[in-house]
Design a protein around this ligand. Structure first.
Ligand code: PLP
Length: 414
């Protein structure tokens, strides 16, 4: 197959999804539907007073990030790559999300809250119509401390789940793959999280974590490869984009499409966001996933139709990349199944280009992102020629960066 040859060559490439189709019915035809996303948004709203109580820095208890115009970056990209980017260039600042400093704040925190709610209700300690700020009381923390949360992660999901679980009162164990950066492990340990390190990649950390959790009846495993709750937390971020853009005077419609470029690891984060975007914008939004040339798990799974039944190792790739958040060799079955029809395309990017974008963005806009979060920037360059006659808005989804310690930011910026 041509696409496999292309991926094996490690050359940057863009793939347009021949299965793409949009209709209102399709959105509701998956294991997740529009109603589920609305419920997740309502649940997050209900928890907002509690979130504000335990994390006073979270304004109104709503975990959300701004969107900004980045014209100076657009000019820099055009001159550096000798190209023209037609239309607007925007940046979604999930690097600034409170608590976890990455897109994982959306899914991870939502799933932990939902689980805490269920435990407390089942125990008769909480009622659905209660004011959820009571959950911050000592008796709840004591109750939650009987339970353990476990998760496998390349880094950021561990940060999100670890920080949130510890704050709620759970015991928490994070199983970290070999890609996970040292500072992420250090930060978790400093917050009382137990970190288990593996010499293998993400899939092994997840497998071991799941097996250990399954042995303990009081342990709950956050399953990044299959979790609907993670997916729904991310999807809420997608549906909120419409109002944000409208408040900036940007109305997306039939003659004014939106292209969104999302860095993709296992696929839950970008998949959830894309699903939410499809709910509010339908056919007028085109979603693209961005992956490292060494870890094109989703592109491979979708283009071959094999989803999670094929890994990048199966075609001889090593799944080694500086983009730790994207160092995943096999796509999520849940996310790839849903994206099979909804995704417009996917592309790959070389590590060295992530570093070029990192510096360009810092120099032009004074914004620092972690390497994974820059993968989307190749999107406008790849797609602009194809859509040049349209009145288009390009949105790069910045997925993380604000928690990266200063001394490490310095080494990445040179
Ligand atoms: C996790 C992560 C992603 C991708 O999310 P997946 O759900 O793994 O696809 C992208 N960027 C950053 C910084 C991440 O931490």
């Amino acid at each position: 197959m041509d696409i496999i040859k292309e991926l094996k060559s490690l050359k940057e490439t863009i793939w347009y999804n021949p299965n793409y189709i949009y209709s209102k019915d399709i959105i509701d035809d998956f294991s997740i539907n529009v109603e589920d996303v609305k419920k997740a948004e309502a649940r997050l709203l209900k928890f907002s007073s509690y979130i504000e109580k335990i994390f006073p820095e979270v304004e109104n208890g709503i975990i959300e990030s701004p969107i900004s115009k980045i014209n100076k970056m657009k000019n820099k990209m055009e001159s550096t790559f000798e190209t023209t980017i037609h239309g607007n260039l925007l940046l979604k600042r999930d690097d600034l999300l409170p608590i976890a400093g990455s897109i994982k704040a959306r899914g991870g925190i939502y799933e932990i809250l939902k689980y805490a709610e269920k435990l407390a209700i089942d125990e008769g300690l909480l009622r659905l119509d209660d004011d959820y700020t009571v959950l911050a009381e000592e008796k709840f923390r004591e109750f939650f401390s009987k339970y353990t949360i476990q998760v496998g992660s390349t880094g950021n999901l561990g940060l999100s789940i670890g920080i949130m679980s510890a704050k709620v009162g759970f015991k928490v164990i994070v199983h970290m793959s070999s890609d996970a950066k040292k500072w992420k492990k250090d930060m978790l340990r400093s917050k009382g999280v137990q970190v288990v390190e593996y010499l293998n990649d993400y899939s092994v950390a997840v497998k071991e974590g799941r097996a250990l959790s399954d042995k303990d009846p009081n342990s709950y495993f956050i399953d990044d490869e299959n979790s609907k709750d993670l997916f729904l937390g991310y999807a809420v971020g997608g549906i909120r984009v419409k109002e944000q853009l409208e408040s900036m005077g940007i109305i997306i419609g039939d003659d004014k499409p939106l292209n969104v470029y999302l860095p993709c690891g296992v696929g839950g984060g970008p998949g959830g966001v894309a699903y939410g975007l499809k709910i509010v914008y339908g056919d007028n939004v085109r979603c693209f996933f961005a992956e490292p040339t060494h870890s094109p798990a989703m592109l491979l799974g979708l283009s071959t139709g094999k989803h999670d039944k094929i890994s990048v190792e199966d075609i001889g790739l090593d799944n080694k990349t500086e983009a730790d958040g994207l160092a995943v060799g096999r796509a999520s079955s849940l996310a790839s199944t849903i994206m099979d029809k909804l995704l417009t395309g996917a592309f790959t990017i070389e590590d060295k280009k992530l570093n070029i974008f990192l510096k360009l963005l810092y120099e032009s806009e004074n914004i620092f992102l972690e390497p994974s979060a820059l993968a989307g920037f190749l999107g406008p360059i790849f797609t602009s020629p194809k859509y040049k006659n349209e009145n288009i808005t390009h949105l790069c989804w910045a997925t993380g960066g604000s928690l990266v310690p200063n001394e490490i930011q310095l080494t990445l910026r040179v």
